[in-house]
Design a binder for this molecule. Structure first.
Ligand SMILES: C[S@@+](CC[C@H](N)C(=O)[O-])C[C@H]1O[C@@H](n2cnc3c(N)ncnc32)[C@H](O)[C@@H]1O
Length: 214
């Protein structure tokens, strides 16, 4: 999340609130992370520490092109990673023993790179993440069938990455326009119809019914 128009105190409180809510659904040894730009890092790190998390690492998403920024144009996003509790976290890298060689710098195109995943996604959402980058992160830290929670689903990149890696995504998104984007991207990727659990209707049926309502 960007700090936007919030004061520093408000942004810290916001981080504190949502991190505590999210942690209710994370098991002992579960890994928690959030993408943030350099300005918000301190607030997120302080809120995570206050919620009792221990920091595991700091990932840098190094973009192949720079975006906007004052003094220096911004070419990275940060992903602090934390662990809940005392149990060991799931580690599918183990210094290459499992065939995965990974560092804490992830190089993927950002939204200012022509033709990139993130740039194509810009028409859907201003801060879309490359699905391939999230797929690798999910493979590092979870197994097939595990649940991945994204409480700020945005354009649904986490859902797509979870789907492609055989994980189960649970997501929350507040903006109905983005929910539509998420459902359309999901249907396009899977070829399946999204179903509204409460009524059993497909997304197409719900859209038709709601469009006909006054
Ligand atoms: C930084 S974006 C996430 C982008 C996402 N990672 C992607 O790749 O598309 C944050 C999203 O959180 C949503 N959001 C903001 N406040 C929220 C809230 N209280 N509950 C759920 N979603 C919220 C916004 O609408 C926005 O789409």
């Amino acid at each position: 999340m960007a700090s936007g128009e919030m004061s520093e105190e408000q942004f810290f409180q916001f981080n504190n609130d949502w991190i505590r809510e999210a942690l209710l659904y994370l098991g002992d040894g579960g890994v928690f992370g959030t993408f943030i730009d350099w300005r918000g890092l301190q607030s997120v790190t302080a809120a995570a520490a206050e919620a009792g998390l221990s920091q595991l690492n700091l990932i840098v998403w190094s973009k192949t092109n720079a975006g906007m920024g004052s003094l220096y144009r911004s070419q990275h996003e940060l992903l602090p990673l934390f662990k809940k509790g005392e149990a060991a976290y799931k580690n599918n890298i183990s210094l290459g023993q499992k065939g995965r060689w990974r560092s804490n710098v992830w190089t993927y195109p950002g939204a200012s790179s022509a033709g990139s995943d993130a740039q194509k996604g810009l028409k859907h959402h201003p801060t879309v993440k490359p699905v391939a980058m999230l797929e690798e992160a999910i493979k590092d830290l979870t197994d097939r069938g595990d649940i991945v929670l994204d409480p700020f689903l945005g354009s649904g990149s986490t859902l797509l990455a979870a789907e492609r890696t055989g994980r189960i995504c649970r997501g929350v998104e507040i903006d109905p326009l983005y929910i539509e984007v998420i459902i359309k991207r999901y249907e396009q990727l899977t070829g399946k119809a999204a179903v509204l659990e409460k009524t059993g209707e497909t997304f197409a049926e719900v859209s038709k019914r709601r469009a006909a309502q006054p």
